[in-house]
Design a protein around this ligand. Structure first.
Ligand SMILES: NC(=O)c1ccc[n+]([C@@H]2O[C@H](COP(=O)([O-])OP(=O)(O)OC[C@H]3O[C@@H](n4cnc5c(N)ncnc54)[C@H](OP(=O)(O)O)[C@@H]3O)[C@@H](O)[C@H]2O)c1
Length: 259
């Protein structure tokens, strides 16, 4: 007889929760979720679940921090002694989660919305390293690559760079597309050609050194590229990008304090 699949509960089924449903996660686990109406659904069968006393191997916290702090005592009802709690919430510290749930097996992770395509770089922090075993490793690898951190503040940094990062990058790409289309009003440019431009620069460069070489080789003095690069430098683009990441990092830290 085949061994039953381990049970997973998603507390919250919003934007991030839906993005975690990679095909390997769906294949290997039996996943339920609970919504704000306190109804439990099975993701696999798409039906309401009546049975209450299910033992969950992993319970993902996928609600907003304020909801967690308000409802933690209710969420305790789903935890068994062996359950591992996996918090995806920005800001809320491990110690706060342990205290509010009265449970020690808590892990903080910071995935991003590309997990569904197995393309998330997921950062992990736990005080008790024993709970980061091979079955946990396999679970997180269903989202993409896994990066263990030894300092909890690294989760705030990952929240900014890798959690919010996809939105920052999408915004920058969108600005380039809009600017290019504005400049080329008569000759309609296609999104695909502009997106391929980004893909191709990434394909040609593997690291920072390649990028420096690439920049130096194409920006000839007094040429067209140099004119554009000089403008980017004069606007202090490095500072703009740094401040963007720093604002998100500081906000992640604030969330942990304001509640
Ligand atoms: N979005 C991202 O890219 C991202 C990345 C990394 C980490 N995070 C973290 O992930 C968490 C969720 O973010 P999100 O963007 O997915 O938010 P979201 O789309 O607003 O989803 C939150 C979900 O929580 C549900 N909910 C509210 N009260 C509940 C309750 N009492 N019991 C169960 N579920 C309840 C809501 O259900 P209803 O729809 O029924 O109200 C909603 O579906 C946040 O803590 C955030 O810091 C997000």
């Amino acid at each position: 007889m085949a061994t039953p699949k381990p049970n997973i509960l998603f507390i919250g089924y919003g934007h991030l929760a839906k993005s975690l449903l990679s095909s390997s996660l769906r294949k290997s686990y039996n996943i339920n979720y609970i919504n704000s109406q306190n109804t439990i659904f099975s993701i696999n069968s798409k039906k309401k679940i009546k049975q209450k006393n299910i033992s969950y191997r992993y319970i993902f916290l996928l609600i907003k921090p304020d909801i967690f702090l308000k409802k933690a005592s209710h969420f305790k009802n789903f935890i068994s002694q062996d359950s591992k709690i996996i918090s995806c919430m920005a800001g809320i510290k491990l110690i706060t989660i342990c205290k509010n749930l009265g449970h020690k097996n808590v892990i903080r992770i910071m995935p991003n919305v590309m997990a569904k395509q197995n393309k998330s770089q997921t950062f992990v922090f736990a005080k008790n390293k024993k709970i980061l075993n091979s079955s946990f490793n396999k679970l997180i690898k269903s989202f993409g690559s896994i990066h263990y951190t030894s300092n909890e503040d690294q989760i705030n940094i990952a929240t900014s760079i890798f959690g919010s990062g996809p939105a920052f990058i999408a915004y920058l790409i969108k600005s380039y597309i809009e600017a290019a289309k504005n400049l080329s009003k008569k000759n309609q440019l296609q999104d695909i050609d502009l997106l391929n431009l980004f893909h191709n620069v990434l394909l040609t460069n593997q690291n920072s050194k390649d990028l420096d070489f690439f920049l130096n080789s194409i920006a000839s003095k007094k040429g067209t590229t140099q004119a554009g690069i000089n403008f980017l430098k004069s606007q202090n683009i490095n500072k703009i990008i740094y401040t963007t990441l720093d604002r998100a990092y500081k906000r992640a830290k604030e969330i942990g304090i304001d509640k």
